[in-house]
Write a protein that binds this ligand. Sequence first.
Ligand code: PHE
Length: 334
Amino acid sequence: IRKSALGAFAAAAGTAELESLRVRFLGKKGELTALLKQMGSLSPEERPVMGQLANALREELEGALDARVRVLEQEALEAKLRDEIIDVTIPGTPVTVGHRHPLTIVLEEALDIFVGMGFEIAEGPEVELASYNFTRLNTPEGHPAREWQDTFYLSEDSGVLLRTQTSPVQVRVMEKKAPPIRIVAPGRVYRKDEVDATHSPMFHQMEGLVVDKGITMTDLKGTLETLVKKLYGQESRVRFRPHHFPFTEPSCEVDVQCFQCHGAGCRVCKGEGWIELLGAGMVHPRVLAGCGIDTDVYSGFAFGIGLERMTMRRFEISDLRLMFENDMRFLSQF
Ligand code: PHE
């Protein structure tokens, strides 16, 4: 038994094999136990001698087994350490971290400014009814703004379309909520425009609407001047030009002075010195009344900012297309 056990221990390749050898030689049904069971057939003088021999053998085998287990464990550990060695001098795989798009940066800056002035953020659908996009904004059928060349209509009867402006959100807010109202509504708008440096069939606007008692053009001017100064710096100047929109009266367009204008060759304003930023005006009484608002008590102003324009001015970007091409060489500059 001793010889074959020690031989088997030494040959064992792993701890699992050793465990089965332990059972085979030292277990309750093992070879050594079987030997002890035969002790009954021995003479009384032989029994203690045989017992001592058997115990000594058990101790020896257990010791040998444990020693072998330790050797194998040590070998396994060393092999593992060898396999898993890390060469800290190999350069790592660079992780490229994403970041916000310039349009998103400026949108969030503008929203922060408006929220700071007490505005709430509203939203409306991009697939819109013509009644909200036009009719209820005092733009009846037959009005040139409703021409199919300009608008993506989605139904034969021209009743459903991709909104051409965020102004329908004004109506959606006013029909649900009574004044005082103070909201901004950013989102995508669509027009059948050819793509060039300043046009895209999809772009972004940010609508603003304030309706309360005693709202005047002064409130509109103050709000927009605050926006521009916070966004572009205290030294920025704005210019209000008379204009026409069906849903505001009076109406205006607002330009911001080109900041680091390089004169005639300026890539941002083409040497004009001013960049058109938004349309605005006092909400037309017909629009207010159409939403059930008493025009004897309430008045309001509205504006629609071009987000791409605002971003181009903010970062001095000369071509709107850059903002939609997702070229990393462009995007990683912001
Ligand atoms: N909706 C107008 C446009 O797209 C902008 C505007 C909004 C003008 C609100 C006046 C009031 O040009």
